[in-house]
Design a protein around this ligand. Sequence first.
Ligand code: SF4
Length: 194
Amino acid sequence: MNTVKSGGSVSLPVVTAKEMEGQIPIEASPFVRFAVLEDLLNAARANSLWPLTFGLACCAIEMMAAGASKYDLDRFGAGVFRPSARQADVMIFAGTISRKMGPVIQQLWDQMPSPKWAIAMGGCTIDGGPFKYPNQYAIYEGADHLVPVDVYIPGCPPRPEALIAGILSLQEKIKKGEKAVSTTQAALVEEKPS
Ligand code: SF4
């Protein structure tokens, strides 16, 4: 082992990388030794979700409540609602999806950088909800008609706690590297009684 002078009087030991080789107990550094870069990125992505500031109808009120102080989405790293699609990575469909809004939603989704995720909040975004009836022409009967949806949250409207459960579910999917490509891969979040 070499030494180096500090301040002209004290000698500090210098350990070379070769001397350290094999001296770090494996259990002391498992994260550094075994982590895969993609896992680290997914953990960072899952814990820093930036939803688009975007509401379609009554469910959006519950979404706003989830972001306010009582429920505080910041606890889960998802409270930074962005005013620009170019800065957002989660689109929360919160409300009835009228056909008029279709092209706008598609444009916003296209503007969001990848990787990006979608949450369908409420019955309207799952299958049209109370506005679904034979021969209706005004709404999309589900957000999956526009984008691949990662998590579905039932309810009319779902409470803020249900949205939080949906976000936690999405975080788990992201950490596992899962991404919806069709509706069949979406997670269904059970609505908890309030
Ligand atoms: S699911 Fe119910 S509360 Fe939500 S937007 Fe549709 S009608 Fe409104």
